[in-house]
Design a protein around this ligand. Structure first.
Ligand code: ZN
Length: 134
């Protein structure tokens, strides 16, 4: 989905963040989603009139850009309902399928997604702000 660039505070208001955070439960280092999921266990959430995959919503909210067609958000922790951005990795669909077959771990390490690191930083900072004011 093409989305206009907006400042982070407008992509996710405090109220929206609160609604999402209320449905997350820490489980080890994972943030398990307790809201609705699809038939594969992936978190789904209503956001501004549209039903989103939480992982894709997180990328849009925190990175400010939609996940491109042909790219997936993969879970490094292998828990489909996890929404901890530190456990998510944006990768092309072919690599994701390979990872699911557990043959592309080395390749993934060899091609770190630099922008994703920045996303993690933004996420941590944003959540810190929400907790501070929440
Ligand atoms: Zn996780």
């Amino acid at each position: 989905m093409a989305a206009p660039w907006l400042p982070l505070s407008e992509r996710l208001t405090e109220r929206e963040a609160g609604r999402i955070l209320a449905k997350l439960r820490e489980h080890g280092s994972c943030w398990r989603w307790t809201g609705s999921t699809d038939h594969d266990g992936y978190a789904r959430v209503w956001y501004r009139g549209r039903n989103w995959h939480m992982t894709r919503l997180l990328v849009w909210v925190l990175r400010g850009e939609a996940v491109a067609a042909g790219w997936d958000v993969a879970h490094q922790c292998h828990h489909p309902s996890c929404c901890n951005p530190a456990h998510l990795l944006v990768q092309d669909r072919r690599s994701n399928r390979a990872v699911r077959l557990a043959v592309a771990q080395r390749e993934r390490r060899a091609r770190p997604d630099i922008r994703w690191r920045r996303f993690e930083q933004q996420c941590r900072q944003h959540l810190r702000e929400i907790y501070r004011y929440g």
